[in-house]
Design a protein around this ligand. Structure first.
Ligand SMILES: Nc1ncnc2c1ncn2[C@@H]1O[C@H](COP(=O)(O)OP(=O)(O)OP(=O)(O)O)[C@@H](O)[C@H]1O
Ligand SMILES: [Mg+2]
Length: 373
């Protein structure tokens, strides 16, 4: 899967940026604040959700104009090609169009499979469960596009239930339909997550790379979660009195966590070194791409923000070799073009720069020798 044309209009620091691209790796380089991550964020918004910075739609609108924003892309997967548009205006909510027809945001899940690694994820294994859950759901979504609807339905029902809890409603009648929705979708969420982890672990184990495998599982507390719908409904109704005291739902997949063990040393990811933690994330992302390629015939789009800068030369070469071998459209950023020299001719190089608060992009046709110089 790859983007063949991307346009960002009034999006963050980009007033009108067009990126014509082919499959394979893409190197975006330029100074701090040039607008590189903003391009990755734009791509992340071609799939359901709030994108890689989890920003509000209004914050994405280019200042000082603040007139709203629009992203257009042509996305090619196998022999199919789709035109995707997503936009936001100050007067309305975010809209999505697929081939010029209005669509739901979740319809994008099947058409644009995208996974990402960001510098902030360096702390993924040591910070709270929410980041790991979001990462896991992103991986899961790449395998199971319907996961987006399960999460949406679950969260919608939970928000309603939480409202009742806050109102200290004790009459069970009000809860019944909501808890049944939560149980149905909650179980699907957990099943999808488990299946995604299984695929990633199998893919890691069946391939040797410089990036050591992480043994992934849902956390041990998740094993207490009900495994059938009736049991789940019962648990929710039984926990109502505690939930009323807390003012929110205390059980369910919104509280899940993912655990990882650094296999070469048998040490939990949270106790591993910074470099080992990063290597595990790369291993997971690459395994995800390999597994998806096996299933669909093509890997997802990858967004690797500042990943190259944090790797030593050998690991960087190993990452590029994997990316080239997988024929994955990996959008990579860095401040120095030399970080990408080992990518060779397979990559497209773009210089990103900013003038008077407006970002621009220029394609650079480097011969390998001139990149190295
Ligand atoms: N809504 C907005 N309107 C205009 N400019 C914005 C908006 N939001 C962010 N910016 C600007 O975009 C720039 C950040 O862009 P981005 O994060 O893409 O930089 P970068 O090239 O990735 O830099 P770094 O190398 O530091 O990561 C900042 O200068 C910021 O002020
Ligand atoms: Mg950046």
């Amino acid at each position: 899967m790859h983007i063949s044309q991307l346009t960002l209009s009034h999006f963050r620091s980009h007033k009108f940026t067009q990126v014509p691209v082919g499959n394979g790796p893409i190197a975006l380089f330029g100074s701090n604040g040039a607008g590189k991550t903003n391009i990755l964020e734009g791509i992340s918004l071609l799939s359901p959700g709030k994108g890689l910075r989890r920003a509000n739609a209004a914050d994405l609108s280019k200042s000082p104009e603040n007139i709203g924003w629009k992203l257009n892309a042509e996305v090619v997967s196998g022999t199919n090609s789709n035109l995707i548009e997503t936009s936001w205006k100050t007067t309305s909510s975010r809209t999505v169009k697929i081939n010029d027809k209005l669509a739901r945001q979740n319809d994008l899940a099947k058409l644009v499979r995208v996974v990402w690694l960001l510098p902030s994820m360096d702390r993924l294994w040591i910070e709270g469960a929410e980041g790991r859950r979001k990462f896991l759901d992103r991986l899961t979504l790449s395998f199971f596009p319907k996961h987006a609807d399960c999460v949406l339905n679950y969260e919608k029902a939970m928000r309603e239930r939480n409202r009742l809890l806050k109102e200290k409603m004790t009459d069970g009648v009000w809860y019944k339909a909501l808890e049944s929705q939560m149980a149905k979708n909650g179980l699907l969420i957990q099943l999808n997550r488990k299946a995604a982890l299984k695929k990633i672990c199998a893919s890691q184990n069946s391939s040797t790379t410089m990036f050591p495998a992480a043994a992934l599982s849902l956390s041990h507390t998740d094993s207490d979660m009900p495994t059938d719908e009736g049991e789940f409904i019962l648990s929710l109704s039984e926990s109502r009195h505690l939930d009323i005291l807390a003012g929110r739902t205390l059980i369910g997949p919104h509280r899940s966590d993912m655990e990882a063990i650094y296999i070469p040393k048998g040490i939990p990811a949270k106790d591993s070194s910074t470099g080992e933690q990063k290597a595990m994330l790369i291993s997971i992302i690459l395994a995800n791409a390999r597994a998806l390629k096996l299933e669909l015939g093509y890997p997802p789009i990858m967004l690797l923000d500042e990943v190259s800068a944090h790797l030593d030369a050998d690991r960087r070469s190993a990452l590029y070799a994997e990316i080239n071998a997988l024929k994955v459209q990996a959008w990579m950023t860095g401040t120095d073009k030399n970080l990408f020299s080992e990518l060779g001719k397979a990559a497209q190089y773009f210089s990103v720069s900013e003038t008077s608060g407006v970002s621009g992009i220029t394609e650079k046709d480097f011969s390998i020798d001139s990149i190295r110089s």
